[in-house]
Design a protein around this ligand. Structure first.
Ligand code: CP3
Length: 345
């Protein structure tokens, strides 16, 4: 018998009786209590940089659904912001940044105030490690360099990341410099998160799926591998979950090369392939379609059991294949949570 949290046991490769779970973007616009607090805070960024509000928003979904993990409430774009790039979130538009797409603009960014600018995030983590229920694990996170770079270069979200993929071909040296800066900033940021009380880290590479195979190695695998090495040099035991979204069959190589502790699986990947190819390598997390959580009913229930049954032979953390979307009825999240709390394998 062990008192270790279920989530941490699973990340050590132990096949637990009950499957631990959390949901990407579990705090957010589908919850009325989130909307109320965001209104009070002003903007989304004001919410991220106010430790009391960010702490409260992190805790909100746990009160309703009793997940095994809480994810720090923040955003992947606080890193470019802390390096000195302008950032605003416009309602209905998503993030808007002043593009960093040449050497001159890149040279204007600086590591100097990184930790000072991110100190409200560190304060949120300290608050959370005091306030979280004992059985709940605190997850910290950052965006992977490639995904963060796609917003930095283009100045906003994009369908296929064409501007950034083009810059990587046309001005390879400058782009490599940008990625190197992000590797350094992200490593330091994640190490500081652990210093302040985070127990697990997740690295989101939401746009790795648009990279051709060789570019995937260069801009997704290599930088992630370096970040994992940098973190482990300081915190050898902290579990790190990689999320190379859209990577498909490249997941296997990603896990082997980066040496992440576990991997998060998106909806495009079949659970039988994951069971046969990925689960023997490391614990897996995923991969319910967030749209099923919107539509609900019997198809939702069936999909949840399908994932649980396919992945029951090895370590598995139940999650979505991508974040919860704003139209999600909270009662559907409750239904899935109740299934997961009662399921034994
Ligand atoms: O509950 C949680 O998961 C914790 C918080 C979290 C947020 N963003 C809060 C957020 C996390 C882990 C992220 C990660 C993030 N942010 C990613 C990687 C994961 C993914 O979804 O692919 C990316 C690409 C971003 C960048 C980002 N942030 C975009 C493109 C947007 C606009 C799209 C949108 O959903 O509005 C955001 C805003 C954002 N980040 C919101 C939240 C709750 C919505 C802001 C609001 O209107 O309240």
């Amino acid at each position: 018998m062990t008192n270790e949290k279920l989530f941490l046991q699973t990340l050590k490769g132990i096949k637990t009786d009950r499957v631990p779970f959390w949901f990407m973007r579990q705090a957010g616009r589908y919850l009325p209590e989130y909307m109320a607090l965001r209104k009070q805070a002003g903007s989304f960024l004001d919410l991220c940089y106010n430790p009391d509000f960010a702490t409260e928003v992190t805790l909100q979904p746990l009160r309703r659904f009793n997940m095994d993990a809480a994810i720090l409430f923040s955003d992947i774009l606080v890193i470019p912001h802390a390096l000195g790039q302008d950032l605003a979130f416009k309602v209905g538009e998503g993030p808007i940044l002043t593009p960093v797409n040449n050497l001159e603009k890149l040279n204007a960014l600086s590591m100097e105030k990184l930790h000072e600018n991110l100190s409200p995030v560190y304060q949120t983590i300290s608050n959370l490690s005091q306030k979280l229920p004992k059985h709940v694990t605190l997850i910290g996170f950052a965006g992977a360099p490639w995904t963060v770079a796609t917003y930095m270069v283009n100045g906003k979200g994009s369908k296929d990341q064409a501007e950034t993929r083009l810059m990587a071909y046309q001005d390879r040296e400058t782009f490599q410099k940008l990625i190197n800066l992000l590797v350094q900033a992200t490593s330091e940021y994640l190490i500081a998160q652990v210093n302040h009380g985070v127990e697990v880290l997740q690295i989101f590479d939401s746009w790795s799926g648009t990279l051709p195979a060789d570019e995937f190695i260069k801009w997704c695998v290599e930088p992630t591998k370096q970040i994992v090495e940098n973190i482990r040099a300081v915190h050898p035991d902290v579990p790190i979950i990689g999320f190379p979204k859209g990577a498909g069959a490249k997941i296997k190589n990603f896990v082997e090369k980066t040496k992440v502790t576990a991997v998060s699986i998106d909806t495009s990947t079949s659970t039988s392939w994951v069971r046969d190819v990925v689960q023997p390598l490391c614990p897996v997390q995923g991969n319910l379609d967030p749209l099923l959580l919107v539509s609900g009913g019997v198809p939702l229930e069936k999909a949840v059991y399908h994932i649980l049954d396919h992945l029951k032979a090895g370590p598995h953390i139940f999650n979505l294949g991508h974040g919860i979307i704003p139209q999600t009825p909270p009662e559907n999240v409750k239904m899935v949570s109740d299934i997961l709390l009662n399921y034994r394998r």
